[in-house]
Design a binder for this molecule. Structure first.
Ligand SMILES: [Zn+2]
Length: 410
């Protein structure tokens, strides 16, 4: 059945906001967007639903999260990052005796529920438990790139070889679910592991994500196997000598050297530490950066250079990261924080970080991220009573009144 949603405002995000706009869709796909009156004339067979004084936006895209940790709460504020990582296993209940199928399955379902409530209809999800999360996500009412997480360095190198075939297995792919890979971070995956991941991503055209320059300690570890991260490896008793070092600079140089920055489907989560020279490297490459504002604030990192990245042509998106460092998966609250930090930054462009730019970051921009003919009929609807609806949503603590995925209202 063909449907026409009409509203006081439609914000397609790949073109200017439309006053008295509408969107026509059928079988989960957008057929047309524009002025409601013209759409009504062009599609007399469509069932019309007039939503009134609202703004219709494309479903939001959370470019970086870990749904399988949605049962966690932020903890360990102010502790060294390495302690936070070590305690995460405990806090996630991994050793609690609850079967992992149940623990991570329930957390994933909880995460999906939260996303939909907050208007997020597509996620870039990092998953170590992909054999549990993917069967759930393939049929869920949410679009997803499931990045299978790889770990493997020192004594844990064997783990990489176990995880890799699982990560790139496309068995669970569906209309909603795409498969990607993610070597976790330069302090948990060795150089051969990164090189192989990049080669495989290119070969199979897979989206690739990695955590990069999240803390200032990555360079020390890569250069000499010293510093906080070496302490982490000693503490977990998995260190062994013979791990290849990287002496060509910091994590961004490392990403450049192994070909991560030239690959358009690369997503760099965080990049909290980036000097001018490294910014040049990013600007010359094609990789996207995902900034997680509330998680960034939780860890107390220095101000993120997202505006400079954007003005240099780097694609920047927002994400929440997991519930172990973000209060929840409400991506609009991350935009609200940015609006507070940077009130002069144009509001329309702020929304791009959670729509068009986020879709590009996870290589799903052919399907989601804007209200465009041919894309999925994913929408969210907010009350709008002023002439500046996109600013209004950010300044008033509103939740979406409706969320649609694939042309179906949730
Ligand atoms: Zn993360």
């Amino acid at each position: 059945m063909k449907t026409l949603l009409s509203a006081a405002w439609v914000a397609p995000m790949d073109q200017s906001i439309i006053r008295d706009g509408g969107v026509v869709f059928e079988s989960g796909t957008i057929l047309a967007v524009g002025d409601a009156k013209s759409l009504r004339a062009a599609h007399p067979d469509a069932q019309v639903e007039n939503l009134g004084d609202v703004v219709v936006l494309p479903g939001l895209v959370n470019a970086h999260t870990h749904l399988e940790l949605s049962h966690c709460t932020p903890g360990g504020r102010g502790e060294p990052f390495t302690d936070w990582i070590i305690k995460l296993a405990e806090r996630s209940g991994r050793n609690s005796g609850v079967p992992h199928e149940q623990l991570y399955g329930d957390a994933t379902r909880l995460g999906i529920e939260q996303c939909l409530r907050f208007g997020v209809t597509c996620v870039g999800d990092i998953s170590q438990q992909m054999h549990i999360t993917r069967p759930i996500l393939r049929n869920a009412a949410i679009h997803c790139v499931s990045y299978g997480e790889l770990l493997g360095l020192a004594k844990l190198r064997r783990r990489y070889d176990e995880l890799l075939p699982r990560a790139i297995d496309r068995m669970h792919e569906s209309d909603r679910l795409r498969i990607g890979i993610t070597p976790h971070a330069p302090y948990t995956v060795d150089l051969p592991g990164y090189r192989e991941s990049v080669a495989l991503a290119r070969q199979h055209e897979l989206p690739l994500a990695t955590h990069l320059a999240e803390t200032p300690h990555e360079r020390d570890f890569m250069e000499t196997h010293a510093g906080e991260f070496r302490g982490l490896w000693n503490q977990i008793g998995q260190w062994e000598d013979g791990v290849e070092t990287f002496r060509g600079g910091g994590p961004i140089d490392f990403a450049h050297a192994i070909g991560l920055l030239d690959y358009a489907a690369t997503l760099l989560a965080h990049v909290n530490y980036c000097d001018d020279r490294e910014l040049d490297l990013l600007a010359r490459g094609r990789a996207s950066v995902v900034y997680c504002p509330r998680t960034h604030a939780f860890f107390g990192h220095p101000p993120h250079r997202w505006r400079e990245m954007l003005s240099r042509g780097v694609n920047v998106a927002v994400g929440t990261d997991s519930c172990a460092s973000s209060p929840n998966l409400n991506l609009v609250d991350d935009l609200r924080l940015l609006h507070e930090i940077s009130p002069e930054f144009p509001v329309e462009q702020l929304w791009e970080l959670a729509t068009t730019r986020a879709a590009k970051a996870i290589a799903m921009d052919d399907m989601v991220g804007s209200i465009t003919t041919g894309k999925a009929a994913d929408f969210l609807v907010f009350d709008a009573s002023t002439g500046q609806p996109l600013a209004e949503v950010l300044t008033q603590n509103r939740r979406p009144q409706q969320v649609w995925v694939g042309g179906v209202r949730n």
